[in-house]
Design a protein around this ligand. Structure first.
Ligand SMILES: Nc1ncnc2c1ncn2[C@@H]1O[C@H](COP(=O)(O)OP(=O)(O)OP(=O)(O)O)[C@@H](O)[C@H]1O
Ligand SMILES: [Mg+2]
Length: 236
């Protein structure tokens, strides 16, 4: 079997937060791993272990303090904010625990929002949003506001928005954290389907049954990689 391309590679990645008044906290300590195209990875670890910090760095929302980060072969650790924003727009989709939707706008407006910054026409934005809503199983809901649909459906809207630029990777930070277990399973099945279509999924979760959808698990403990291997071979 030929090896798949590497989509994410971090080398000796460190992150320190510097607070006002001179205090600092070392949060990520010499992290090393590669993620190959098409992988489904769960990042786990206790509260405060550095999962969201790692995710935000991988997602180009933040920069490492030191170390290297290659996204699809390109070095990103030292890029400017503007360059990071462009990389995010082209390569990455984000899904968060709180959905982060505009509750007073239509579902179509929410899903197509990332396209506004790219100067895509209104007609094309609507067309592409409707296409994404079909993929996530929300055909026919486009003209309602998110306030009229359930939490699970709201998370589908957020996933449709994440898909609008056909990203290579989706980063999801506790995407099922606000959902009941049945709805969580539905959302995880949707991620599984997207992964089968070739999208690399990197998911942060506290929950074992959510992590079970992933093939690989990276466990962070106090800012270091404590385990990196098959999820099913992990025994706490
Ligand atoms: N912007 C920031 N400035 C300063 N410290 C921060 C910042 N963000 C996170 N931290 C600190 O870094 C550590 C790791 O936080 P992080 O949010 O990455 O943990 P986490 O593993 O995602 O936790 P949780 O499971 O609770 O979401 C914590 O001690 C946190 O207080
Ligand atoms: Mg977190």
């Amino acid at each position: 079997m030929s090896e798949k391309p590497i989509v994410i590679e971090v080398k000796d990645l460190c992150k320190t937060y510097y607070m006002e008044g001179g205090a600092s906290q070392v949060v990520l300590k010499h992290i090393n791993f590669k993620i190959y195209e098409g992988e489904f990875v769960a990042i786990m670890g206790h509260s405060g272990s550095g999962k969201s910090t790692l995710m935000n760095t991988l997602g180009c929302l933040d920069r490492p303090t030191s170390g290297e980060y290659f996204l699809a072969g390109e070095s990103v650790a030292k890029r400017t904010d503007k360059e990071l924003a462009i990389i995010r727009g082209q390569k990455i989709g984000f899904v968060f625990q709180n959905f982060n939707l505009m509750m007073k706008r239509s579902i179509v407006d929410n899903v197509s929002m990332p396209l506004i910054y790219q100067g895509v026409s209104e007609n094309e934005r609507r067309e592409r949003a409707l296409e994404m809503l079909k993929i996530v199983g929300l055909e026919g809901y486009g003209d309602r506001p998110p306030s009229q649909i359930s939490g699970g459906m709201q998370q589908r809207v957020a996933i449709a928005r994440a898909l609008i630029n056909h990203p290579k990777i989706i980063f999801a930070d506790e995407p099922t954290g606000n959902l009941d277990s049945i709805t969580s399973d539905e959302i995880m099945n949707l991620f599984t389907e997207l992964n089968k279509k070739g999208i690399t999924i990197v998911l942060v979760t506290h929950e074992d049954d959510v992590a079970d959808y992933a093939k690989r698990m990276i466990k962070i403990s106090d800012g270091r990689v404590e385990y990196d291997g098959l999820r099913k071979e992990y025994h706490a």
